[in-house]
Design a protein around this ligand. Structure first.
Ligand code: SF4
Length: 337
């Protein structure tokens, strides 16, 4: 453990006061807005959330707990389009509903009461306490895990329960309890900008003098490596005599309520000409999406498939890969007319 913790905290806070970034969620003290940012950032890269203003657009559509609690599926998923892991949007709505039912829409500050809300685990509870209310609570995400593993020269895999307990214990011991909001933001930002994965910028690190890492670029160690599997997905481009498009509304576990082109088994449609291709990633899969043109009367409609006017597509929530390919194909058809 770092001997002079006070000096460590001071060095980190001084650096953050000068170099801290001005993210939109750092300007608010509203528990709801903090929760939205935390849920978005849990499985989506910061650059993605910032890049297309997902956060500000979501808050513009659903500005408070009451608005989110009554949101219908379609606008909710549309506002989440592009962020992936769509169950998060529905869970956020569950949190809003429970918050209204149990606390009149006002976020409790007590950790146990926060944990009692659906969708709020230890990480989110601490993040809410720190970032919304400036209350103590060590916020340990992937960035903080990496920083702590390097600071302590932790040479065990970090993806085990025992290692996570150890990291959490260090996080609590190091925590600055007078300024939890600034301290937790600073530690996260150190991981994002200086103590980066692979190539830490130790020469410019504000806490280098406290760091015990011997070969920081090799840390943290991981026990399990995610294996990426390549798969092909075969979709159909079908238009009827009225120019309508066949689309499918998903009813699965992962993307319920999302619209996409209808898919079929490769054996059924792989022989048809490919009119567009797109690659995208989802969880541990790298998907090669192939769109085949077919004739409308050759296919029976499967469950969830409907003919839609292309003009009706815009408000429908849709995975970005399908949105891109649809725009491309519709433009191509318009140019050929
Ligand atoms: S000195 Fe290097 S490895 Fe240690 S905390 Fe700073 S950036 Fe990370």
């Amino acid at each position: 453990m770092i001997e002079n913790r006070e000096a460590f905290r001071d060095a980190l806070l001084q650096w953050f006061a000068v170099c801290g970034k001005d993210y939109p969620w750092r300007r608010t003290r509203d528990g709801y807005a903090v929760l939205v940012s935390e849920v978005m950032l849990q499985q989506t890269q910061l650059a993605t959330v910032l890049g297309k203003s997902y956060y500000t657009r979501f808050l513009a559509s659903f500005p408070n707990v009451a608005a989110l609690a009554v949101a219908a599926d379609e606008p909710l998923l549309k506002a989440w389009e592009g962020l992936g892991y769509y169950r998060r949007a529905r869970m956020l709505r569950e949190t809003a509903r429970a918050l209204i039912a149990k606390h009149g829409g006002v976020f409790p500050r007590d950790t146990l009461e926060l944990l009692d809300l659906p969708g709020i685990g230890p990480y989110t509870a601490n993040a809410l306490r720190a970032f919304a209310f400036d209350l103590p609570g060590a916020v340990v995400d992937g960035n903080v895990t990496r920083v702590l593993a390097r600071l302590m020269n932790f040479c065990e895999p970090v993806d085990t329960s025992a290692a996570q307990r150890q990291i959490a214990q260090w996080a609590e011991l190091l925590e600055e309890k007078q300024h939890p909001r600034a301290y937790n933001s600073a530690l996260m930002e150190l991981g994002q900008t200086i103590c980066r994965p692979g190539s830490p910028d130790c020469a410019n690190c504000p806490v280098a003098q406290f760091c015990q890492a011997s070969t920081p670029s090799r840390l943290p160690l991981k026990r399990l490596k995610t294996v990426i599997t390549a798969v092909d997905e075969h979709a159909l481009w079908l238009r009827d005599a009225a120019g309508r498009l066949l689309l499918h509304c998903e009813d699965g576990r992962r993307r319920t309520g999302m619209w996409k082109l209808p898919t079929r088994a490769a054996a059924d449609i792989a022989h048809l000409p490919v009119v567009a291709e797109q690659h995208y990633s989802i969880t541990r899969y790298r998907v090669h999406l192939l769109v085949h043109a077919g004739s409308a009367d050759s296919f029976a409609l499967a469950l969830g498939e409907v003919w839609l006017d292309p003009a009706a597509l815009d408000p429908l929530p849709m995975p970005p890969a399908f949105r891109k390919i649809l725009i491309k194909l519709l433009e191509k058809s318009a140019n050929q007319m």
